[in-house]
Design a protein around this ligand. Structure first.
Ligand code: NAD
Length: 500
């Protein structure tokens, strides 16, 4: 793996064994583009076929696993410096989470890579029909700031497993993790196949002018649109992992303390900077009155009477995020928390009540440690409210009555769903992770990552002989031949009686 920083990017055009493309597909600007040489060089590696063998993919995945093991304490430090992330959270949601993906890919790669044989019609009975798992080529992965390790490397696992070359663009906002990835990853991964590019809007804009074979973006819907527009210039397929407002319905039949513990944990993990965190609680006024003391109890129990002193509570990543989240405190009424310290980018675990639908806290993604509670008359109104808004990345429902949980699942739409807990659906490598509508396009994790970065190539191998059978489809056309041909390719409806 090689790395290109803002300063180095200007010389990367000379790192170009294949030279500048003769006909740049996206305007003459590419001739001046600082990353074109890098992309061409990765493409040359991909075209050499080196990244395709199973041995190579496993070698690189093993190396990524070693990076996670050997640099664990550096990673913990970087994540703490960036987000004040407790080691417990860093281990659980970043390092081990990514290591599980590495191990799962290593355990299953032989199976995933195999040609997948498919059923055949009569016309191809003697042939070989299968799906070949081809890599896309050179892929671009763009990561956000909030889980700066996991959200950069979990897609990378999928891209390596699928046999691609990769440009990895971590978030510049989590600058300590960005630096560590740029400095250390190239010591582990093949520098001719994998590169880290550092930088922000300017660098990513330039990168996106280049033609990639696949783009995997995680971040805000606003930037997702920019990335999709850039991808459209080259007709590049892409995955968008975006955000939104995740509803959490709490029913009147509940173990309120258990529900509160789980909501508080999921909301204030990483100081609320989690794309699948419950954005707001939605319930009746009666339920809110029962839930409030339990939320207060959970916050006190988890973070003490002064959460600022707690080693287990994170911070907003930067001044801009702090200002954005702090401004939301003006909405509704602060019922729990509300304290802030700008110098420390600290906002206490906060619960807001009496919030209005029109207020910013109910209009924008919160992405910080503020939990608004929005009250409705009943479950039907809650479902209507959820369905009137953009479809979220996650939806949650708490009830001791499984019918209620199932009703929320059946009557709403979201990227993922969890009944009676928060975030836990994301720990299952067997479940796809991704959004729907404005919360994203595509899915990954485990086998879904491999499939995302794989082109499923429809393949049919026929013999040179048996021309007499083929001749029924050649001109001059005859009705009798058509009938014969149709019968060899026909898909019959099951269970329909054809005697009448
Ligand atoms: P962001 O969209 O601001 O930035 C993401 C990446 O895009 C960064 O690497 C950044 O350098 C780059 N970028 C920013 N502006 C750009 C531009 N104009 N042109 C090209 N590239 C640009 O997101 P963020 O603030 O880092 O992360 C928070 C957002 O990400 C939230 O909306 C959150 O919900 C979402 N998110 C989604 C998931 C998911 O898995 N669905 C996970 C984490 C975060």
């Amino acid at each position: 793996m090689s790395s290109f920083s803002r300063a180095e990017s200007s010389i990367s055009a000379s790192f170009c064994p294949g030279g500048v493309p003769k006909r740049p597909p996206f305007g003459a600007g590419l001739l001046m583009n600082p990353f074109t040489g890098l992309v061409n060089s990765l493409r040359a590696t991909w075209q050499s076929g080196r990244t395709r063998s199973i041995e190579y993919r496993k070698e690189q995945l093993e190396a990524l696993g070693r990076f996670l093991d050997e640099k664990k304490s550096n990673l913990f430090h970087a994540l703490h410096d960036d987000l004040h992330k407790p080691a417990f959270e860093a281990e659980l949601s970043e390092v081990s989470f990514t290591k599980n993906e590495v191990n799962y890919a290593l355990n299953n790669l032989d199976q995933w890579m195999k040609d997948e044989y498919v059923t055949k019609n009569l016309a191809t009975k003697l042939d070989s029909a299968f799906i070949r798992k081809d890599p896309f080529g050179v892929v671009l992965i763009i990561a956000p700031f909030n889980y700066p390790l996991q959200l950069a490397l979990v897609p990378l696992v999928g891209a390596i497993a699928a046999g691609n070359c990769v440009v990895l663009k971590p978030s510049e906002i989590s600058s300590c993790t960005e630096r560590l990835l740029a400095e250390a990853l190239p010591c582990y991964l093949d520098p001719e196949a994998f590169a880290v590019v550092t930088g922000g809007v300017k660098e990513t804009t330039k990168l996106l002018e280049n033609k990639f074979d696949y783009i995997f973006f995680t971040g805000s819907p606003r930037v997702g649109q920019i990335v999709m527009t850039a991808a459209a210039q080259h007709l590049t397929p892409l995955t968008l992992e975006l955000g939104g407002k995740n509803p959490c319905y709490v029913d009147k039949s509940c173990n309120f303390q258990n529900a509160a513990n789980r909501i508080v944990w999921g909301k204030f993990f990483n100081a609320g900077q989690t794309c699948t965190a419950p954005d707001y609680v939605i319930c009746t006024t009666e339920t809110r009155e029962k839930l409030m003391p339990c939320l207060r109890q959970a916050i006190g129990h988890f973070y003490g009477c002064n959460p600022r002193e707690s080693p287990d509570f994170g911070r907003l990543v930067n001044e801009k995020q702090f200002q954005h989240v702090q401004a939301l405190l003006k909405c509704g009424r602060v019922a729990i928390g509300g304290e802030t310290d700008e110098g420390d980018r600290y906002i206490a675990p906060t619960v807001l009540v009496d919030v209005k639908e029109s207020e910013p806290v109910m209009q924008e993604e919160v992405f910080g440690p503020i939990l608004p509670i929005f009250t409705v008359a009943d479950l039907d109104e809650a479902i209507r409210f959820i369905n009137c808004r953009e479809r979220p990345l996650a939806a949650y429902a708490f009830s001791s009555d499984s019918k209620i949980v199932n009703q929320v699942l059946a009557c709403t739409s979201s990227g993922g769903f969890c009944g009676n807990d928060i975030l836990m659906q994301t720990t299952l490598i067997s479940l796809p992770f991704g959004g729907i509508g404005c919360s994203g396009i595509g899915k990954y994790h485990g086998k879904f990552s491999f499939d995302t970065f794989t082109h499923h190539r429809a393949s049919l191998l026929r013999s040179m002989g048996l021309e007499a059978i083929n001749s029924v489809r050649y001109p001059p056309y005859a009705d009798r031949s058509l009938g014969l041909l149709l019968s060899t390719t026909e898909v019959k409806r099951k269970g329909i009686c054809t005697l009448l």
